[in-house]
Design a protein around this ligand. Structure first.
Ligand code: ACO
Length: 344
C-alpha cells in the first residue's frame, strides 16, 4: 500500500509585478533584488481574491488533470470531488483569522462533501508537513483513500509595501496535489509514492519571522489606531543562516535514513525563498545546482505554495517521470523545516 501523488495543479494570479515596477515606488533596484534573492517578479492577487480562492483553483486544476490523464475512473470534477476523504491546506494567510479553517471553505466550494478539512500553519514548511500528515491519516484508516494537499497564500496581504526589505520577497499563489492510497508497494523493489519525511522545528527562533499583532498575545483593541497594518517582521540574516542549515541538514538526514546518496536523487524541489539559500546549501553538500528546481525568479516566495507550484510545473512539463526520486525541502517561520522523499 503506497501513498502516491496522482495529479497536481496550481493557481497563479494574473497580475505580475516586476522588480522594476517596485523600483518605481520604493527605494530598490532590479539589480539589488536579483543579486540578493534571485527574484525577478511576483504575482499579486486582486483585492477580492483570498487564499481559499487560489486554493480552489489549484485543486480544480489538479482534479482536471487527474481526469485528463486517466489517473482516476471518475469522469467529472464533481464526481471526483465526492471521493476525496481529506483536505489538508497549508497557509500563513488564512481567509479569516483563527477560524474557520480555510480548508473548510475550499471543501464546500469544491463540493468535497465527504472530506474532512484542516489547516496546517507552519508557514513555508506547511506543504511538507501537510503531505506527511495527509499520508499518515490515509494510512491509519481503511476508509480513507484520497486526499488533497494544498498550499495557498496571499502573502501580499501581510507584506509591508513600504518596507523594501520585506515586500520585494513575497508573492501570491497556490499549488495542490491529489494523493491516493494505491496497491503499489511502499517498501522494497518497485516501491512508490511518499516513502519518508523529516519534520523539525526550533521554536527558540519564533521571533525571527513573526506577525506580532492580532493574536492572543497582542490582540488588536477597539478604537486602536495602527500606524501600519499587522504584517510579517523578519530578521533576514538570522532566517538566512537557519535556512541554509535547515536545507543542508534535511537533505543529509533524508539520504542517511534512506541509506542512499545524492546521485540516487533525480530532483530536489526546495521551498523558494531565496535562490542564494539553495545555492549555499548545494555548495556545502557538493550538489550540482541543476538538481535543484528553481522558479523563484517568476513567483518570489509564495510560502506554503512554493513546493506544490514547482511540482505542478515539473509534472505538467513532463519533467517528472514515473520512478523518479524526488526530494522536497521546506523551511520557514516557527522556525520549522522538513522534507519528503517521493518515488514519482
Ligand atoms: N533594495 C535595496 N536595498 C535593500 C533592500 C532592497 N529591497 N532590502 C534591504 N536593502 C538594504 C538594507 O537596507 C541594507 O542597507 P544598509 O547596509 O545601508 O543598512 C543592505 O541592503 C543589506 O541588507 P541586509 O538585510 O543585510 O541584506 P542581506 O544580504 O542579508 O539580504 C535578505 C536580505 C534577502 C532578506 C536575506 O537576508 C534573506 O534572504 N534572508 C532569508 C529570508 C527568508 O528566507 N525568509 C523566509 C520567509 S518565508 C516565511 O516563513 C513566511
Amino acid at each position: 500500500m503506497a501513498i502516491e501523488i496522482i495529479a497536481t495543479g496550481r493557481a497563479i494570479p494574473p497580475r505580475r509585478v516586476t522588480n522594476d515596477d517596485l523600483a518605481a515606488r520604493i527605494d530598490t533596484t532590479d539589480e539589488w533584488i536579483r543579486s540578493h534573492t534571485g527574484i525577478g517578479a511576483r504575482h499579486i492577487a486582486e483585492a477580492d481574491v483570498a487564499a481559499s480562492d487560489l486554493a480552489l483553483e489549484a485543486a480544480n486544476n489538479a482534479l482536471s488533470l487527474a481526469i485528463e490523464r486517466g489517473a482516476v475512473t471518475e469522469k467529472s470534477i464533481e464526481e471526483l470531488a465526492l471521493t476525496i476523504d481529506l483536505i489538508v491546506l497549508g497557509t500563513t494567510t488564512q481567509d479569516y483569522y483563527g477560524c474557520p479553517a480555510t480548508a473548510c471553505i475550499v471543501q464546500d466550494k469544491l463540493g468535497a462533501y465527504n472530506a474532512g478539512a484542516m489547516d496546517i500553519t507552519v508557514a513555508c514548511s506547511s506543504f511538507v508537513y501537510g503531505l506527511e500528515a495527509a499520508a499518515g491519516l490515509l494510512t491509519v484508516s481503511p476508509e480513507r483513500k484520497r486526499a488533497l494537499v494544498i498550499g495557498a497564500e496571499t502573502l501580499s496581504r501581510i507584506a509591508d509595501w513600504n518596507d523594501r526589505s520585506i515586500c520585494v520577497l513575497f508573492g501570491d499563489g497556490a499549488g495542490a496535489v491529489l494523493i491516493e492510497k494505491t496497491g503499489a508497494p511502499a517498501v522494497g523493489p518497485g516501491r512508490r509514492g511518499l516513502v519518508r519525511s523529516v519534520l523539525g522545528a526550533d521554536g527558540s527562533g519564533a521571533q525571527a519571522l513573526i506577525v506580532r499583532r492580532g493574536g492572543g498575545r497582542n490582540p488588536l483593541s477597539a478604537g486602536e489606531i495602527l500606524d501600519r497594518a499587522p504584517g510579517i517582521e523578519m530578521d533576514g540574516q538570522a532566517v538566512y543562516r537557519f535556512a541554509v542549515a535547515a536545507v543542508t541538514g534535511t537533505i543529509e538526514k533524508l539520504l542517511l535514513y534512506e541509506g542512499i546518496t545524492i546521485s540516487d536523487i533525480d530532483r530536489i524541489v526546495p521551498h523558494q525563498a531565496n535562490a542564494r539559500i539553495v545555492q549555499a546549501a548545494g555548495k556545502r553538500l557538493g550538489i550540482n545546482e541543476e538538481k535543484f528546481y528553481l522558479n523563484i525568479e517568476e513567483y518570489a516566495n509564495t510560502s506554503s505554495a512554493s513546493i506544490p507550484i514547482a511540482l505542478d510545473e515539473l509534472n505538467r512539463a513532463e519533467k517528472l517521470r514515473r520512478g523518479d526520486v524526488v526530494m522536497t525541502v521546506g523551511f520557514g517561520a516557527g522556525l520549522t523545516y522538513g522534507g519528503n522523499l517521493i518515488i514519482w
